[in-house]
Ligand binder design. Structure first.
Ligand SMILES: NC(=O)c1ccc[n+]([C@@H]2O[C@H](COP(=O)([O-])OP(=O)(O)OC[C@H]3O[C@@H](n4cnc5c(N)ncnc54)[C@H](OP(=O)(O)O)[C@@H]3O)[C@@H](O)[C@H]2O)c1
Length: 251
């Protein structure tokens, strides 16, 4: 993949992986446009990274995604990469009798799955017209082997993986490259206090290391970019066998 001179829209650019990718891609000479709900963060990050631009966007709203996609494409007709990164993670106890947080449930699915589908479909009519186009969906190693304390999160990420396989197949004759970034446990704000694990607990990959490896992985042009320990979780599902059966089912 050409890693410079692209015009790139990133969801969830206010922290963690989205912010890290936005800054690394800006340093390489790309026009980067970040988005997220926290306007103050968007302003602060753009002020620290000359040339970076931002849009306030909550991907839970279909109208908002539609409107922002139209504005971004109008303002940046050279747009050729979209990074579908925004996500949330909640722990959820499913023991019988535990009360269900209906709003939390809907928010998590709306953000992690419906938001990703909305962003992809709103930008695709533009991307198919652009040379060197890329749609990068961020799933998780937990899409492949779930961690039971995040049951809905893992289910949404498995769905993002499945959606990405289908999308790549549907776009195989277009010029749009569809990639899936599969992170391991990375030190970000995701899930809040779970990041503060003590010695002996699972240790997150430092964000800088993750971003450096991800930039190399994107450059490789592979379809599925499993980073660090996420490779073990992907391997556990026998990816070659999945590809073979998928190929038989989809012509
Ligand atoms: N960190 C990990 O261990 C890990 C592992 C595997 C996969 N991932 C995936 O990597 C992606 C980035 O996560 P992260 O680790 O960088 O977490 P993070 O630091 O919490 O960042 C999440 C980003 O998503 C944005 N966001 C959340 N809800 C949103 C909404 N409704 N509309 C628009 N933006 C929204 C947040 O911005 P605002 O709050 O400003 O809206 C923030 O910029 C997620 O999809 C996550 O599932 C992370």
């Amino acid at each position: 993949m050409q890693m410079h001179s692209n015009t790139i829209f990133i969801t969830g650019g206010t922290s963690g992986i989205g912010r890290g990718l936005a800054e690394a891609l800006t340093r390489l000479g790309n026009q980067v446009i970040i988005s997220g709900r926290r306007e103050d963060r968007l302003r602060e990050i753009c002020a620290a990274n000359p040339g970076m631009r931002h849009y306030t966007l909550d991907i839970r709203g279909p109208e908002a995604v539609h409107a922002v996609a139209r504005e971004v494409v109008a303002e940046f007709p050279s747009l050729n990469w979209v990074v579908n990164n925004a996500g949330v993670q909640r722990s959820l106890q499913l023991a019988p009798g535990a009360p269900l947080d209906e709003q939390g449930l809907q928010d998590e699915i709306n953000t992690n799955l419906l938001g990703v589908i909305r962003v992809a479909t709103e930008f695709l009519p533009h991307l198919v017209q652009r040379p060197n186009a890329l749609l990068l969906n961020v799933s998780s190693g937990l899409a492949f082997v779930p961690m039971a304390r995040f049951p809905v999160y893992c289910a949404t990420k498995a769905a993002v993986h499945s959606f990405t396989l289908s999308l790549r197949h549907q776009l195989k004759d277009s010029g749009v490259k569809v990639m899936e970034l599969i992170p391991p446990y990375v030190a970000t704000e995701l899930g809040g206090p779970r990041k503060t694990v003590g010695p002996g607990g699972p240790q997150p990959m430092p964000l800088d290391t993750f971003i450096a490896e991800t930039m190399k992985a994107i450059e490789s042009g592979d379809d599925e970019l499993a980073i660090g320990d996420a490779r073990n979780l992907v391997a556990a599902t026998n990816p070659e066998s999945v590809k073979t059966v998928f190929g038989r089912m989809n012509h």
